[in-house]
Design a binder for this molecule. Structure first.
Ligand code: FES
Ligand code: FES
Length: 245
């Protein structure tokens, strides 16, 4: 199938397909969230991938993932990863789903909090709250691992898993307490029902390719098409995505 020239980015957001016209390939997920989608629950702290205030969850079909990375959790056929939205380019969401802190408790104002959120409340894990959405998202991915049958993480493992999230005012003891407590609370995890089927439909579109700017091959045979210009850099980013321009 020939690839449409500069087709829009297509991904799932709030459970619905979203189409973002082709544009600057280095626009970040955080910029899109806060400036375009007006979803301001995700915070900007350092804007350089250090503090974790901007943590969101990216979900993709588990069988389409070429390199899941150590933090991926697979549930219901979907690989879940907490990522820093401030350094994640928007086109890399093509064919995936974006989950933010607003997805945790559901759209109704009366909806029960997600166990990660409730545990942060119960354990006094939030003072100014600026870091809290990021911690909640990282904890929500950890909870999925537990819901999938893996034993709840030890306190040491929790500290390791949360090492990408920084808090300047609460202190980490109450946050680690919350990490232990959330596994004891009722309530559903992330909204994953039907997500794999929706992602499969998105994958029917050809791979995103903006000539000279961005190419996201979905398989190794397509990878040489977007080989970086000579001289080859010492380190190539791994497929499936590479942005240039
Ligand atoms: S804003 Fe600090 S990691 Fe993204
Ligand atoms: S609650 Fe203030 S930075 Fe964490």
């Amino acid at each position: 199938m020939s690839e449409p020239f500069n087709r829009p980015i297509q991904f799932l957001f709030r459970g619905q397909p979203v189409s973002v016209p082709a544009g600057n390939p280095t626009r970040t997920v955080l910029q899109w969230l806060r400036e375009d989608a007006r979803a301001c629950g995700t915070k900007e702290g350092c804007a350089e991938g250090d503090c974790g205030a901007c943590t969101v969850v990216v979900a993709e079909l588990a069988d389409a993932v070429l390199g899941t990375g150590s933090r991926a959790v697979v549930r219901e056929g979907v690989a879940l990863r907490p990522v820093n939205a401030c350094i994640r380019f928007l086109p890399t969401l093509d064919g995936k789903a974006l989950l933010t802190v607003e997805d945790l408790a559901g759209p109704s104002p009366d909806a029960a909090l997600h166990p990660a959120q409730q545990a942060l409340v119960d354990c006094h894990g939030s003072q100014c709250g600026f870091c809290t959405p990021g911690f909640a998202m990282s904890l929500a991915v950890l909870l999925e691992r537990t819901l999938g049958g893996t034993p709840a993480p030890s306190r040491t493992q929790l500290a390791d898993e949360l090492s990408g999230n920084l808090c300047r005012c609460t202190g980490y003891r109450p946050i680690l307490d919350a990490g232990e407590r959330m596994a004891t609370l009722p309530g559903p995890g992330l909204p994953l029902a039907g997500l794999a089927d929706q992602l499969r439909q998105l994958q029917a579109a050809p791979a995103l390719s903006w000539p000279g700017q961005f190419h996201a091959p979905r398989s190794w045979p397509n990878w040489p098409r977007c080989a970086p210009p000579s001289p080859k850099p010492a380190c190539w980013p791994a497929p499936p995505t590479w942005a240039c321009g």
